[in-house]
Write a protein that binds this ligand. Structure first.
Ligand SMILES: [Zn+2]
Length: 272
């Protein structure tokens, strides 16, 4: 599943290929994603340009030179690629944004849990965006923010940091990794963690995500290489997926349990 680092890498990867180019066509081969693609999407976009692309949580926001902003979510299996107009569409290539120089931004999604929507409202007011917590890599996201929100909360800290109202983009892998880095046990009650430990946790979340984004930078060229794999990448992980393997800090065996139905990995010796 594409996580925040993959979405950030996609954002940086596609941006230079499509910004300020005139949109000459929008081809929708399969309109039924998580929600239907707006029927008038082509009408809204043809003749206009995307003037910038930003990421908010795992949404890509493609701002046009009109009031419209296209919102794209990659869901479970979506990816965006840059191809040229002599590349025939393959299975699951559901949408093409065609530009007047022959460049195509192509959306592929095997499982179709992704989304392509458009809004003319200020993007912060859109219902998918307005309730989101702070970006983990922004200065708004701090240990104090987490500590304040966690007050009296009895839920597991791992579930707490994966809730997008508290902070966005901390997926299952990055939650396990950042809790290991901070030395906090994933089942510890969110309201029972000191301010100092939340400072360490916020710092760890930033580090883990930034490292993944930095590693993703090496895959950027794949966005223009039809042979290359889409922008998902295997980063080096300290605990996630390492059940019964030795902890990188103390050599104890890494444990795996389920917390809120999600596989969670930790070291009982290093995390409390
Ligand atoms: Zn350990």
């Amino acid at each position: 599943m594409p996580e925040l680092p993959e979405v950030e890498t996609t954002c940086r990867g596609i941006s230079p290929h499509i910004i300020d180019k005139v949109i000459s066509d929008v081809i929708v081969r399969h309109p039924q994603l998580r929600w239907p693609i707006p029927e008038n999407l082509a009408e809204l976009l043809i003749g206009h340009q995307f003037v910038n692309i930003q990421r908010r949580a795992k949404y890509l926001l493609l701002k046009t030179n009109t009031t419209e902003t296209v919102i794209i979510h990659l869901g479970m299996s979506g990816n965006l690629r840059i191809v040229d107009n002599n590349q025939p569409a393959k299975k699951h290539d559901h949408v093409d944004f065609v530009f007047n120089d022959g460049t195509i931004l192509r959306y592929n999604d095997t499982r179709r849990f992704g989304a392509i929507l458009s809004t003319s409202k200020p993007i912060d007011q859109h219902k998918l965006i307005s309730q989101l917590g702070p970006e983990p890599l922004s200065t708004d996201f701090t240990g104090k923010h987490l500590y304040t929100l966690a007050s009296n909360k009895k839920i597991a800290v791992k579930t707490f940091i994966m809730n997008g109202h508290n902070v966005v983009g901390v997926g299952n892998i990055y939650a396990s990794e950042s809790l290991f880095m901070a030395g906090i046990h994933p089942t510890r009650q969110a309201g029972n963690i000191s301010f100092e430990r939340y400072e360490k946790l916020a710092e760890s979340i930033k580090l883990v995500l930034q490292q993944a984004i930095d590693q993703g930078g090496t895959t950027l060229r794949d966005f223009v290489n039809e042979q290359g794999k889409p922008g998902y990448f295997q980063q080096s992980l300290a605990v996630y997926g390492r059940k019964d393997e030795p902890c990188l800090k103390c050599k104890s065996n890494i444990q795996q349990i389920k917390i809120a139905q999600r596989a969670s990995y930790f070291c009982t010796n290093c995390q409390s």
